[in-house]
Design a protein around this ligand. Sequence first.
Ligand SMILES: Nc1ncnc2c1ncn2[C@@H]1O[C@H](COP(=O)(O)OP(=O)(O)OP(=O)(O)O)[C@@H](O)[C@H]1O
Ligand SMILES: [Mg+2]
Length: 550
Amino acid sequence: MSGQPIIILKEGTERSRGSDARNSNIMAARIVSEAVKTSLGPKGMDKMLVDSFGDVTITNDGATMLKEMDVQHPAAKMMVEVSKTQDDEVGDGTTSVVVLTGELLGKAADLMDKKIHPTVIIDGYRQAQEEALKILDEVSIKVKPKDKKVLKKIAMTSMASKLVSRYSDHLSDIAVDSILQVAEETSGGFEVDLDMIKIEKKPGGSLTDTALIRGLVIDKEVIHSDMPKVVKNAKIGLIDAALEIEKTEFDSKISIETPEQMQAYLDQEENMLRDMVKKVKAAGVNVLFCQKGIDDMVQHFLAREGILAARRLKKSDMEALAKATGAKVVNSVDELSSADIGYAETVEEKKIGDNKLTFIEGCKNPKAVSVLIRGGTERIVDEAERSLHDALSVIKDVVEDPKIVAGGGAPEIEVARKLKDYAEKLVGRERLAVSAFADAIEVIPTTLAENAGMDPIDAMSEMQSRHAQGEKWVGLNGLEGKVSDMEEINVYEPTSVKAQMVKSATEAATMLLKIDDVIASSKSKAPAGGPGGMEGGMPGGMPGGMPPMM
Ligand SMILES: Nc1ncnc2c1ncn2[C@@H]1O[C@H](COP(=O)(O)OP(=O)(O)OP(=O)(O)O)[C@@H](O)[C@H]1O
Ligand SMILES: [Mg+2]
């Protein structure tokens, strides 16, 4: 046996252990956090990201930036996940959470340099997190879930830091109205399903043309010029099969020998198509939406019957239509019956810029709403959509959990201050970790000050001393670059965004601190460009030689 090497890991596996592993993880996570730091707050910068296909995204949204960055290091990937969790849970604060995680790790590294064991830090951080959540809850302002004024302020704050902030007044009104429209009362309060709000975007016009539609907008036009462009009192049919003569799946031959036979064949085909339209008509439909194609002849017959039709709708649009109008999607004309028909007051094709869209308004289900986003360029429209998502999310957060705090770093300063008092009372080494946590959370106001071009030390000391005197909502007025009471400038955020930020950041930081062994199996040798190569082309040498994608 002796002299025989025991091979456990595959050749080429990279392994780092103990403090090496921890340090490299912390370093990677902090690099990511530094990268997004400059985009925090109303004076934060935007990032331009170019993907491997050369598509450009300009954004200020933390989750979007990280998603597009395509990072490689496992710890950096965890940061991407943290911001995604934040996005999924509360929809805003995705930059803050990454910045806070980075700072928690930085402070932990300082403690480890002082020979404090990671497990002690982890315990301390967890303790601090619980206390921080309690403090946040205590300082929160309870509001009415449907208070329009409050909801608007929340929406305005979430958009203050975005490219579209100049239009935040208009966009906030739209966001508040659409959420209030879809909010559903439950036994314990209200619930909001964001999927009920359909977002449609069309570059062109200006952001001020963005509008709320009480119904649905479908990016499809009426297929035949003879069809009506408006139908009042619409009886809507939804079909997810093609209104065409089906082609046989296998090769078949029909032998036609005489002109009469040919005519009979054509007549037969025409009759089949005519029959389809008859069935549609018999069901009482005057507006037809089809997920697949509609034969030219069928279009013609439908037009003659005065039926408005659109084809090749997305599945998601069909589902939304079913929900909104009460129609049932059927998978053949034969199945269509009057019981499957949906209702809307009007269905109308409207010209928006160069495009024609179909508007379905006054639906059976009044909770169906859409927002049609307009804006100068495609990139502006895209960023407007992301910003609107943040605004809708924060309004939803408050409607569902009606507690708010001021923004501008005020709650973080308050939490830090009270956590430091709490740490004073602790014994043992955890107290060091709890104070480190308190210091770390101050990174939010400090960064806001830096990004607003202020001296962070001066700003922090002014804010801290005013907080000590009981002015708990003193924070950073990012737009004017001074310290002021956030209630005066109406900067408010949902408590749930802050609470989620604390939870996710603590979880991610402690998880990374707990790792003392990183075993990375060797990457299979990727040709040309290597792993994660930026080239858009196909890797060569694929078995069977894949054809290039068109
Ligand atoms: N007028 C303002 N003055 C000072 N701070 C503000 C103002 N408006 C918003 N803020 C603060 O900016 C921070 C939010 O910045 P930002 O929206 O860029 O990042 P995020 O919410 O963490 O992430 P993201 O919006 O990308 O998901 C919050 O702390 C908020 O209180
Ligand atoms: Mg935000």
